[in-house]
Design a protein around this ligand. Sequence first.
Ligand code: SF4
Length: 292
Amino acid sequence: MAIKKQLTDYSPVPPVESNRRLIGPPIAQHFESGSEAPWMPEEKSWRGSMAGSCARQIAYSIKGVEETNLKDASDYWRFWLGSATHAELFPAMKEWANNSEGLTITEEMEVTLGENGYGHIDLVLDVDDKKVVIELKTINGTGYKKAIGGGGPRYSALLQGSLYANGIDADLLVIAYVAMENCTDSWVEQRGFDTLTKFTSEWHYTPDQFNPRAEAEVNRLEWITEQLNDGREAKEIPRMFSEFDPDIPWGAEVIDPRTGAWVLEQDDTLIAKSRTWMCGYCSYKDRCIQDG
Ligand code: SF4
């Protein structure tokens, strides 16, 4: 005879009201103080991590304009999760290098980009006289599935990695994703992936693939710097994106930062229009709206 479970004791209840929380507020307090911007030599103006961002946003950042849309504890918590994971991954890489003849690994290698750019490369492998740049990225489960399901790594990750690989004249660029949530066995099996793919995948790019992207982006970032050095205000820099952005055509400009609406026009004729999510995450959104 089947045994009936007694379920009457369990009835789902909503979480306690915000003002009765015990654990959330101290955690939030710990994280909402933020994290310092990564160090950069004084004579440099832009960082590799700015690759792919809106030109106006980069200009505000270079000019040191005060951010109007500050991040909250949840953002810093997310950043911390990524950093904490990175910190655990480095020893794994070291162990690999120690056990492999002819392989050396450098963490956080400094790199000069163009005339005025600077960055830190997550990992550089030296193997058989070849240099390999590794960009390690942690990502949520949804983004990870999208990437391995055919979308590939985020364009900003590819662009940043391209800049670094180009900056040290590397032979190979590897964008490695480590997911913060595993895919299920059935999800990877159905798509013909192995079990490792449940939480990690990587994409490899050769110089003929990363150099053109990197050169175009360095030129764009240097152009923004020159414009500002020549006395142009940050608010005069057009709200445009990078040359090879797969979602926004080159030349398109944001016309409404409130919604991220952009248009591409030629000879007063509308060629394309859509919206970008980037304005929604921009630390200068209110400033940009105000500046028009
Ligand atoms: S709000 Fe949008 S258009 Fe304005 S600076 Fe930010 S990303 Fe650029």
